[in-house]
Write a protein that binds this ligand. Structure first.
Ligand SMILES: C[S@@+](CC[C@H](N)C(=O)[O-])C[C@H]1O[C@@H](n2cnc3c(N)ncnc32)[C@H](O)[C@@H]1O
Length: 269
């Protein structure tokens, strides 16, 4: 029996334009500046004088809320201590530390060299947390590491380019095991008025945008919560080859029986 044609996978992303290069330079220099001024405040603006204990406890609280309540989707039966996880935009390690207390290995990236310096210093006692400065648009710095779960919180809400965010989603697709979950938060509040290139108020996503980006990048957008708010959470499950095939079949069958708008007759594609 002939085996199914290999799935070509999602599209790739071209982030080589001079505009993207200028934008990543701007993101890096503005986040470095924020990190030098008061990293902990710009990461968690509820306080401007966090002590170590409160700061890392706030990260644990986020992890309790977003991860420990959702271990079925995240671990899918695996022992967390046997899992490798990815964090995009780790800042000075607030959430990275909490992740390292639960999972076997944590790989974390951030665009800001100053944030990474502070994260390395704070995570010296966490040998399973590996933090890297990246270029602000891809995960090349991690090579081909395989991860079982990917996470990002209050990071994409600051990125003023849909292409850069989409590029990250494609990169997660490259590193995440088939069936694995990428759980992340984007800006859903479309009424926010950001100037182009603003590195604090990022680009907003509508519910339809979020669903479309998943499909374009090879994920199933299984759940979405918080559309139209700042905390728009997305659960993207990386498609397996059989779920991609099933999707294609469903689309093909669906399009054959779609009705013509005026006559009500089935239309053939
Ligand atoms: C508000 S902080 C959140 C840090 C961390 N996620 C937390 O909750 O503790 C946003 C972080 O995203 C990083 N960041 C911003 N744009 C980025 C990009 N294009 N690529 C990677 N990291 C980025 C910043 O340097 C900053 O450390």
């Amino acid at each position: 029996m002939a085996s199914p044609a290999p799935d070509p996978g999602p599209e790739t992303s071209d982030l080589t334009s001079p505009e993207t290069a200028d934008l990543t330079k701007k993101m890096r220099s503005e986040w470095d500046e924020r990190a030098r001024e008061n990293a902990r405040y710009y990461i968690a603006t509820a306080k401007n004088d966090w002590n170590d204990e409160e700061y890392f406890e706030s990260g644990r609280e986020n992890v309790r809320r977003e991860i420990l309540t959702d271990m079925g989707n995240i671990c899918q039966g695996k022992d967390p201590k046997q899992m490798s996880v990815l964090e995009i935009g780790c800042g000075s390690g607030r959430i990275t530390r909490a992740l390292a207390e639960i999972f076997g290995q944590v790989y974390a990236v951030d665009i800001s060299g100053e944030m990474i310096r502070q994260a390395r210093e704070s995570l010296r006692d966490c040998p399973n947390a590996h933090v890297f400065q990246n270029n602000g648009m891809d995960l090349g710095v991690l090579g081909n590491v395989r991860v079982d779960f990917a996470f990002s919180y209050i990071v994409f809400q600051h990125i003023p380019s849909r292409d850069v965010i989409r590029g990250y989603v494609l990169e997660v697709h490259r590193l995440l095991r088939p069936g694995g979950l990428f759980k992340f938060q984007v800006q859903g509040g479309s009424s926010m008025d950001a100037a182009p290139g603003d590195t604090w108020l990022g680009t907003p996503f509508s519910d339809a945008d979020a669903a479309a980006m998943a499909e374009e990048c090879g994920f199933e957008p299984r759940y979405r919560i918080g559309a139209e708010t700042q905390y728009f959470w997305l659960w993207y499950f990386r498609r397996t080859w059989w779920s991609s095939l099933w999707l294609k079949l469903r689309r093909k069958i669906g399009s054959r029986f779609r009705r013509a708008p005026q006559t009500g007759e089935p239309v053939r594609s």
